[in-house]
Design a protein around this ligand. Structure first.
Ligand code: ADP
Length: 584
């Protein structure tokens, strides 16, 4: 929307009616004064004679009419009537004075002063009024020159008393006359109206050109606008859809094929809370009864109670493509994992001195092959887990775990790996012999497999990205949360990479990491798993100095944990890590 031109905003301080009434007031005073002078011949004839204030009968009639017009100006409401009456009263007063002056045969009468006042007011009627009065003045000047043959002095006086006030009036009122102000106001309004209609047209063009469906509903959910894409997606005609309740046109169902109730309906939620809702959890049943997957964004139209704007897109193709892709990855990973596991197993057997005898050179080659087979196996496992997490097949079987003990068990499984890399792996709660008693018991109700997977990933990364130094696993917390941290003194993460670290396939690409193998899936999967556990994962890192990864889970109070355990198992068992399931 471009800026409105400056002319659209006018400094109109006093309205036109105000000035029309003031003109009427002035002419009323002048007309009454003339009538008073005329009347004075009856009450004080000597005074009237001595002042040479002769008023001809025509003028009396005109002055009376002028009085009536002036008074009427105050009683009409409409601007135009007011303007006409005000101009009429002005003309009548002008005619009254003109006749008197003309009759007097000289411009040197007291009435010339009144004419001068009238001349100063003429600018209020704009250019037309000024032009008219100048014409009258010119005609009178011609009369003075031709018929009365006045001298130059009188002509100069005429110019000063008759013409100059008109010019001054024009200059004074040029910008401020109500006539001018009204004209400018009208211009401004028409410019504004033009501007608005252009803006409306533009918005309409834009809304119609949008490929996504756009439906605007009022606060009661009645459809006020639907663009062609919305009509095409829903299969409704424009005239049929407008003014209908959106639920008749925009038939949503949730993932369980149920019509959402008031609290779950995204449009109702926006109308109620006035905060936008973005979701892909709903399907739409078209007018022809076909079901399509939707990407949906509902935003408030303004203040609460104004309405909502629904923007939606048919993502059925995307969804089926993603499902097919996920199915392919899942099947391929599953199928390939089996032979890779077999290769890994046989290589293990070949490397085991009790099952095979090989020379040193072959041992080096087979060790490398064994490592690669393990890596491949992990990659397939990660891919499988990710497809599960993404298509909603990821199971979540929470049970109560003692986080300190559980983390200790997992850490222990990495001691050997750490040792081969010159890295000291420390489980912080065990560093102080008395701390075992001091560390509180932190219970959490989470899926033990998910937790193991995440912590293993972090410890494995800590060791992998530390050439030499320490990796410290610690468990802290407060009344409501437990935080497990994995701190290393490794290569650290550049600040610009930190925000992307938990994205799929993201790897920091620099000279430090190029040599270190990886898939960029571990942290992404960890984030998905932590989210499944209703927790939080984040990292604090200083490039070149080391990183600390944190997992925050909800802490369960001891009595509640015991109650849970009693409910879920006949013999209370605190889940412990099963080292066989952990990653090497
Ligand atoms: P992968 O390690 O297989 O590449 P991840 O998802 O586990 O994949 O990690 C993603 C990226 O984050 C890694 O490539 C690495 O650049 C960086 N990263 C992860 N953990 C650490 C760490 N402890 N220290 C430094 N960089 C790390």
């Amino acid at each position: 929307m471009h800026k409105l031109k400056d002319t659209a905003i006018l400094p109109i301080t006093t309205s036109a009616p105000f000035w029309y009434k003031r003109v009427a007031d002035a002419t009323l005073v002048i007309s009454l004064a003339i009538l008073a002078v005329w009347g004075s011949r009856f009450f004080a004839p000597s005074l009237a004679q001595s002042l040479l204030l002769e008023v001809p009968p025509y003028s009396v009639v005109l002055a009376t009419l002028g009085v009536v017009a002036s008074i009427l100006t105050h009683f009409v409401q409409h601007n135009w009537f007011m303007k006409i009456l005000s101009a009429l009263s002005y003309l009548l007063a002008l005619a009254t004075l003109g006749i008197i002056i003309f009759d007097a045969g000289t411009i040197q009468t007291p009435y010339t002063g009144l004419w001068l006042i009238m001349s100063l007011l003429v600018g209020i009627f704009g250019f037309a009024g000024v032009g008219f009065l100048l014409l009258v003045d010119t005609a009178y000047a011609v009369y003075l020159i031709l018929y009365l043959q006045v001298n130059e002095e009188t002509l100069v006086l005429f110019g000063l008393l008759f013409v100059l006030p008109v010019v001054i009036s024009y200059l004074i009122w040029r910008h401020n006359s109500p006539h001018e102000a009204e004209r400018e106001k009208e211009q401004a309004y028409s410019a504004l109206a033009k501007e608005l209609s252009q803006v409306t047209n533009k918005s309409e063009i834009v809304i119609n050109a949008i490929g996504d469906g756009v439906i605007a509903v009022d606060s009661k959910g009645i459809i006020q606008l639907a663009n062609p894409a919305a009509l095409q997606i829903t299969g409704w005609g424009k005239q049929d859809a407008l003014e209908l309740d959106y639920r008749s046109v925009f038939k949503l169902t949730d993932k369980n094929d149920k019509v959402p109730d008031e609290t779950a309906d995204p449009v109702q939620t926006v109308l109620r809370n006035n905060t936008p809702v973005k979701t892909k959890d709903f399907s739409l049943t078209t007018n022809a009864g076909k079901k399509i997957n939707l990407s949906l964004l509902v935003s408030p139209a303004g203040q609460i109670g104004t309405g909502a704007i629904i923007v939606f897109r048919n993502i059925s193709d995307e969804v089926s493509e993603n499902t097919q892709k996920a199915e392919f990855i899942s099947t391929a990973s599953h199928e390939m994992r089996t032979p890779v596991a077999a290769i890994e197993g046989y290589l293990g057997l070949a490397l085991n001195p009790s099952t095979a005898t090989i020379d040193d050179k072959a041992k080096i080659f087979l060790t490398k092959a064994h490592e690669s087979a393990q890596h491949l196996g992990r990659l397939f496992q990660d891919l499988l887990d990710i497809t599960k997490a993404e298509d909603g097949r990821m199971t979540n079987n929470p049970s109560i775990i003692d986080v300190v003990n559980f983390s200790r068990d997992i850490t222990t499984t990495f001691l050997q790996t750490a040792k081969t890399k010159d890295v000291v792996l420390i489980f912080q709660p065990d560093t102080n012999p008395t701390s075992a008693n001091l560390t509180p018991i932190y219970y959490a109700n989470v899926d033990p497999d998910h937790f193991r997977e995440v912590l293993s990933n972090l410890i494995e990364n800590g060791i992998k990205y530390t050439k030499q130094g320490d990796v410290v696993v610690d468990v802290t917390g407060d009344d409501t949360h437990v935080v497990v941290s994995v701190k290393d003194t490794g290569i650290g993460i550049p600040a610009e990479d930190v925000s992307h670290l938990f994205q799929k396939f993201y790897r920091v690409d620099n000279s430090d990491t190029r040599e270190i193998g990886g898939t960029g899936l571990g942290l992404y999967l960890s984030r998905r798993l932590v989210e499944t556990m209703a927790g939080r994962i984040w990292v604090e890192s200083e490039y070149g100095k080391g990183s600390t990864f944190f997992i925050q889970l909800e802490r369960i109070a001891a009595d509640e944990a015991l109650r849970h355990m009693e409910e879920s198992a006949p013999t209370p068992i605190i889940a412990h890590s099963n080292p066989n399931n952990a990653k090497p």
